[in-house]
Ligand binder design. Structure first.
Ligand code: ZN
Length: 64
């Protein structure tokens, strides 16, 4: 399907440390995929990997 309609969907990438002591998220970047190693944990130096990618669909605006 192709559509020019663009909804304001925000996609986020969840990043976790392999040792489970650190978790963060940031806006999705091109090339992100689950289990990709994206950095080093600031706490213990372990690898940070992408644990998940999700989209936030904004709620409909209330009609006034
Ligand atoms: Zn860590």
């Amino acid at each position: 399907m192709s559509s020019n309609q663009q909804q304001a969907v925000s996609v986020y990438t969840v990043i976790k440390c392999v040792n489970g002591d650190y978790e963060t998220e940031r806006p999705f970047q091109d090339g992100d995929y689950v289990l990709k190693v994206v950095g080093i944990c600031p706490k213990d130096g372990g690898n940070l990997y992408i644990a998940g990618i999700y989209a936030l669909v904004p709620e409909k605006e209330k009609e006034s």
